[in-house]
Design a protein around this ligand. Structure first.
Ligand SMILES: Nc1ncnc2c1ncn2[C@@H]1O[C@H](COP(=O)(O)OP(=O)(O)OP(=O)(O)O)[C@@H](O)[C@H]1O
Length: 254
């Protein structure tokens, strides 16, 4: 698996919100997109998932232009977890996760689809909720269901837009551990994330966006107090705890 994003631009109407964004991703890697509110993280994820079409540049997946893939192909290769999603029709947790199998089902789920969905429900410890309407879940429970639906797609790349924003400490770790487990089995993940300490712990590489441009890209070394101060406009202390970086925001820069 290889994804090459080369020099993409995107604008909503006339306003350019992504400019000249490039990066590469390989099987097994977790890439975190970081940057302040409005810097373009969700827009970039939506461009990769083809919800939005970049105005310029290319997205090459395993040597093929992503623009040439059918919706069904895309859904077999890319599993998207949106920041939030509101549905107007009732659907149970089980059925919501089964929706991830849609690209593989001709008219009704097979035994294998049922098994995959049941395994995911167990992995995410959603057994007690599996017949509950998704609308009657807490924000964090709903976020886990969206993650489960993406896993059910058995994608090559998981695209996760703030997958832990509604989760408590325990569930944040559980979901990030699951992402790591999945990537250790050969898929890749791209995650937009605000928690820089968690990002540091669980990511192999980073792109730091500032006003739609890549301000810095690379490994943990880009999480320096200089870069973070410049991009987020706050004084930041970068501490070490058991070999991991802990990012502590101290005070806004006047
Ligand atoms: N549908 C839209 N129409 C017009 N402008 C939009 C739209 N969606 C986002 N934008 C603008 O595009 C820019 C990038 O937004 P985006 O949601 O990608 O940022 P983000 O980094 O994901 O932010 P956050 O951390 O707040 O989720 C922002 O200036 C935002 O106001």
């Amino acid at each position: 698996m290889e994804l090459k994003v080369d020099s993409i631009d995107f604008s909503y109407d006339e306003t350019l919100v992504l400019e000249d964004v490039s990066f590469e991703l390989k099987a097994g890697e977790i890439l975190s997109i970081i940057g302040p509110n409005g810097s373009g993280k969700s827009t970039l994820i939506k461009c990769i998932n083809r919800i939005l079409d970049p105005k310029k540049g290319s997205l090459i997946f395993n040597g093929r232009d992503l623009l040439n893939l059918t919706r069904e192909d895309l859904a077999r290769h890319l599993g998207y977890v949106p920041q939030n999603e509101s549905r107007n029709f009732p659907v149970t947790v089980f059925d919501a996760i089964m929706m991830g199998r849609k690209p593989y089902i001709s008219w009704k789920p097979r035994e294998k689809d049922m098994e995959i969905v049941s395994e995911i429900i167990e992995k995410l410890q959603l057994e007690d909720l599996c017949l509950r309407d998704v609308k009657r879940l807490s924000g964090g429970q709903r976020q886990k269901v969206l993650f489960g639906r993406a896993l059910a797609q058995e994608p090559d790349i998981l695209l996760l837009d703030e997958p832990t924003s509604d989760l408590d400490l325990r569930h944040q770790l559980e979901v990030l551990e699951l992402i790591r487990q999945e990537t250790s089995r050969g898929i890749a993940a791209i995650t937009a994330i605000h928690d820089l300490s968690l990002a540091s712990r669980y990511s192999d590489k980073f792109i730091m966006l500032s006003e739609g441009r890549v301000y810095a890209a690379g490994g943990r070394e880009i999480l320096s107090s200089e870069n973070l101060q410049e991009v987020y406009g706050v004084e930041v202390a970068v501490l070490e705890h058991r070999g991991e970086k802990i990012i502590v925001p101290e005070s806004p820069i006047a």
